[in-house]
Ligand binder design. Structure first.
Ligand code: HEM
Length: 444
């Protein structure tokens, strides 16, 4: 689709550093402002994710105190919820453990304490991921029909075509960055196709979702302001896209479908925009990081790669296992709205409660040998990477489809990918993934 948007907004972003890089540069220039994490169980520290050293800390907590409170962190005081059972429990009580942005939202970061409530409300686009019942129920119900099994089947051919094209463009026996050439290219390309997002601007989706997902930026007020500026520009962009699409006849893409769905008429323009952004941006870095994580995990466990290469019927289960192993979002946050007892601990109204999916997915009480990728694992589907309960990921089927098709098309071409150079992980406590991963591809 030819777009009138590309020239106006996009070019400045293309050469811009990522949110992660900006934060690192800022820390370099302001060493005194580096967040200080003194508590041994303060797992909000991003260095443990960028260095991939988080495993033993969570294992210690699971063994000693699956629900525990840490105090005096750069994110204030918060409760760690780290076992599979305890995360399920919190997810199952949305009346006590709120997702609402008015209470603090879904990530460990808080808005600046001195922010004027009117300004906060203005910055906050309403999204149902950060709402409680009953508003959440109505809005989710409106969006969910776009992701039914029938709709997902309709998307498969297009996703397969796009995946095949990207895989066919890869150089054999040469080093390249899998994150950039495959994970970003595939996820943004697929979202652009599914939502009818302007093709030339698809990398903006990566730029925006990086700024949206980088919770650590909230620790630096000037970067927090910068973040909201970019997110404001994103909202503005989507608004123009929406207005443009309203003036056209209905088309098969999801934005058009949302505009022309009678149920959408009940949403305010602000809500429509917020949810559109949630769908497009929320599905972006998560799927992207899983696509990188799968390659990294299969490289780390060559015995499992060999099992998968020998038997393609294992692919659907391997997808589940990879999503467990990778855990693309480390946590979701809730805020207690009333006092509650949680596995022997007394939680007070107003307390911040952080559910660490990254730990629940390695809970040895549920997953045998949890630190190993096992493509034949029988209960891989019990992972909590998509959450659980009323907020469980709406896009889970779409994400699973994209990952399954990627593995199937790789198999079709007998492509084997080796990590062959630099690997850089994202410095963040929320988005869990890879910034760069140099690989080489060969045929087996
Ligand atoms: C919710 C993870 C892909 C759209 C969630 C939640 C998680 C999650 C953990 C629960 C939030 C909570 O409980 O507070 C993931 C992962 C993905 C993925 C790991 C990929 C591997 C997608 C895709 C889309 C999407 C592709 C859409 C195109 C959403 C939406 C919600 C959500 C709209 C809000 C659901 C609600 O609040 O009721 N996701 N997601 N996600 N996800 Fe995903």
């Amino acid at each position: 689709m030819a777009t009138q948007f590309a020239d106006q907004t996009a070019f400045t972003y293309r050469s811009s550093p990522t949110a992660n890089e900006v934060f690192e540069q800022w820390l370099h220039a302001n060493p005194q402002a580096r967040p200080v994490h003194t508590h041994p169980w303060d797992v909000s520290r991003s260095d443990i994710y960028v260095n991939d050293t988080w495993g033993p800390i969570f294992a210690e907590m699971r063994a000693q105190a699956p629900v525990n409170k840490v105090t005096g962190t750069p994110y204030g005081d918060y409760w760690n919820v780290v076992s599979h059972k305890a995360v399920l429990h919190v997810e199952s009580l949305p009346e006590i453990f709120s997702s609402s942005w008015q209470h603090g939202g879904i990530t460990i970061g808080d808005p600046p304490p001195d922010i004027d409530p009117a300004k906060l409300a203005e910055r906050q686009l309403p999204m149902f991921i950060a709402m409680d019942r009953p508003e959440h129920t109505g809005q989710r119900r409106t969006v969910a029909p776009a992701f039914t099994p029938g709709k997902i089947v309709e998307m498969e051919a297009e996703i397969r075509r796009r995946t095949a094209a990207v895989l066919d463009s890869l150089p054999l026996g040469e080093r390249f960055d899998w994150v950039d050439q495959v994970s970003i290219e595939l996820t943004t390309g697929m979202l652009a196709i599914l939502f009818g997002f302007p093709w030339e601007d698809r990398r903006l989706l990566t730029f925006w979702s990086d700024w949206a997902g980088d919770v650590e930026l909230t620790l630096a007020s000037e970067l927090s302001d910068q973040r909201f500026e970019f997110l404001g520009e994103m909202a503005h962009y989507f608004q123009r896209l929406w207005i443009d699409r309203m003036g056209r006849p209905p088309s098969p893409d999801l934005i058009s479908m949302m505009i022309h769905s009678p149920a959408m008429n009940h949403m305010s323009p602000q809500e429509f925009m917020g949810n559109l952004i949630l769908l497009i941006v929320g599905g972006n870095d998560t799927t992207r990081n899983t696509m990188s994580g799968i390659i990294h995990a299969l490289h780390q466990f060559p015995d499992q790669r060999a099992i998968l290469e020998a038997d393609g019927s294992l692919i659907p289960n391997a997808v589940q296992e990879c999503i467990r192993f990778v855990t693309p979002l480390s946590h979701m946050r809730r805020t207690a709205v009333s006092d509650a007892e949680l596995f022997g601990q007394q939680i007070s109204a107003g307390d911040k409660v952080v559910m660490w999916y990254i730990s629940a997915n390695r809970d040895e009480a549920v997953f045998e040998n949890p630190d190993k990728l096992i493509v034949t694992r029988e209960n891989a589907r019990r992972h909590l990477s998509f959450g659980h309960g009323i907020h469980r990921c709406v896009g889970a089927r779409l994400a699973e489809l994209q990952l399954r098709v990627l593995l199937e098309e790789m198999r079709e071409r007998r492509l084997r990918v080796h990590v062959a150079g630099k690997v850089e992980r994202v410095r963040a406590n929320f988005v869990h993934g890879f910034r760069l991963m140099e690989v080489e591809v060969e045929r087996y």
